[in-house]
Design a protein around this ligand. Structure first.
Ligand SMILES: C[S@@+](CC[C@H](N)C(=O)[O-])C[C@H]1O[C@@H](n2cnc3c(N)ncnc32)[C@H](O)[C@@H]1O
Ligand SMILES: COc1cc(-c2oc3cc(O)cc(O)c3c(=O)c2O)cc(OC)c1OC
Length: 359
């Protein structure tokens, strides 16, 4: 007796559904194998070796027993499939993947981003903190909590970070690495004149100051203020043109030519978003501007792989903050709700865009 769900499916539909269900239900194995590669130190071992290496040499450098070869070969096979490793086969075309002497492994560009000093990969010490929020996500769709993170911890994300030193340090260290990486790209694009001519700027929610330091290094005549919550900036030392100010962007933002908001507005719901922007508008001069570095969803400039990455981060915002990524229309509506008259998307760099907003 065919299952009632199968009645309308042809045999080939059923076989396709089997493949698709395995790829959808077991998608997590990509994450598990990536974390295994990081845990074993595969990217660092290949980098240290300085050139493509055979499986046996890689295993030996990782102190993995040769008895594990038949299993380790299958781990590297799936890492090649996921584009984390590149297998350069020897000229001899009838290479057998399992034949160590004819294949050399090297790192794909992805690895250089997720390497130990890349942002968001050093979750080992925060595994439970990070993954606990994702567990049983369905529970959140049946409660009234502001986020799944709140369901898991009984605390808002920013409150928890300010109380829990280790998760706070993990988060801000990774945010700083993300900022260093992004600012290197933005500097590479000559900042596209975004900061040109400014004599003062407030980096709202500027964290530990990575962005502000990059800007003041490039523009030494600019006075920069980093505004963030007291626990974040309390022990940070400024410099001649960089000052850390403890405060709340929902209360007041220090006056300046311009205000910078990098990865801030996507952390908040529409009402909070408008409140932050209204405070930004009060802070800038009439000839000033608000500079936003954040994601514009459904951006026609981005390919499907980038769109999937944005969807993942949108889920991350939903789970951790109860917030969202926004498309151009959603951004524009909130800009005008906050009383701004015009804006310009200056450029898109990877997943994020640089937007200028004018009072
Ligand atoms: C996603 S992080 C972005 C940090 C930094 N802009 C960057 O891109 O690397 C959000 C920042 O907002 C700060 N923040 C959260 N609530 C705030 C508030 N009420 N006032 C000021 N800063 C706040 C957090 O402490 C954190 O540093
Ligand atoms: C708010 O908590 C988290 C935020 C992020 C996060 O990660 C990003 C990664 C990117 O490649 C580009 C981005 O623009 C961003 C963000 O804007 C952003 O906020 C990541 C986290 O953990 C992986 C967070 O902690 C839960």
């Amino acid at each position: 007796m065919a299952d009632h769900n199968d009645q309308n499916l042809t045999p080939s539909d059923l076989l396709l559904a089997e493949t698709q269900s395995w790829n959808q239900l077991y998608f997590f194995i990509e994450h598990v194998t990536l974390k295994c590669a990081l845990q074993l130190g595969i990217p660092n071992a290949i980098t240290k070796h300085g050139k493509p290496m055979t499986l046996s040499k890689l295993m030996s450098s990782l102190s993995i027993s040769p008895s594990k070869y038949p299993y380790f070969h299958r781990l590297t096979r799936i890492l090649v499939r996921y584009g984390l490793l590149i297998l350069q086969k020897h000229e001899d075309n009838n290479v057998d993947d399992g034949d160590d002497s004819k294949g050399y492994y090297s790192l794909a560009p992805t690895d250089r981003y997720i390497m130990k000093d890349g942002p968001w990969n050093s979750m080992e010490d925060q595994d439970s903190f990070f993954f606990k929020a994702w567990n049983c996500l369905g529970d959140w769709f049946r409660n009234e909590d502001p986020s799944k993170f709140y369901t898991a911890y009984g605390d808002l994300f920013w409150t928890k970070l300010s109380r829990d030193t280790s998760s706070g340090n993990w988060f801000h260290a990774n945010m700083a690495r993300d900022s260093r990486s992004f600012m290197n790209v933005l500097i590479g694009n000559e900042f596209k004149d975004v900061f040109k001519g400014l004599t003062s700027l407030v980096d709202v929610g500027g964290g530990t100051g990575t962005v502000a330091m990059a800007i003041t290094k490039k523009f030494p005549d600019m006075k920069c203020i980093v505004l963030d919550l007291p626990p974040i900036v309390a022990n940070l030392q400024g410099s001649e043109n960089l000052e850390f100010v403890a405060g709340d962007m929902f209360q007041k933002i220090p006056a300046a030519n311009a205000v910078l908001l990098k990865s801030i507005l996507h952390d908040w719901n529409d009402e909070e978003f408008v409140k932050i922007l209204k405070n930004c508008k009060d802070a800038i001069t009439r000839s000033g501007k608000v500079i936003i570095i954040d994601m514009v969803m459904e951006n026609p400039e981005l390919d499907d792989e980038a769109f999937q990455a944005q969807l993942f981060i949108d889920m991350l915002m939903m789970v951790f903050l109860g917030s969202k990524e926004r498309n151009k229309k959603e951004w524009e509506k909130l800009f005008f709700d906050a009383g701004f008259t015009s804006y310009k998307i200056i450029l898109t760099l990877g997943l994020r865009s640089v937007i200028e907003l004018y009072p």
